[in-house]
Design a protein. Sequence first.
Length: 162
Amino acid sequence: MKTHSAFIAALIFATAPAAWAHGDAKHPAAAKKALSTEEKAFGREGDPKKAVRTINIDMSDKMRFTPDTLTVKQGETIKFVVKNSGKTMHEFVLGTMSELKEHAKLMQKFPGMEHDEPYMAHVAPGKTETIAWQFTKAGNFNFGCLLPGHFEAGMVGSVTVK
């Protein structure tokens, strides 16, 4: 009985500070995630405040992006506003064609994969997401929806960086 009482006392002592910490006081806003400095073949995460223009992309259940062909200048930071006008989940993933194909194969094997990369936007039906990307290198790159079957159905677009 003594052991049981000691356990309950220890449990109350250990959890009480957590309970007291959730009073009526307002919590400070969550710290904003720092921009990634990782350089990819197709650029790096951009600062949305430094975007030189906004490109609206629509995703539909016809497995298409509108527009599906983009031209940007090397060094430009673009704010992509990606809208899902369909009734099924879609995503917008920037990359090289070989990276997108490889990732699409992985998504077929593991359809529940979760992502949190700065070059990806997962957009629920009827919703809009925004990403900012700086195209630091010239070349031809792509974007696609890598959900199983979508990429294979032609849900892919191209970006030419001049």
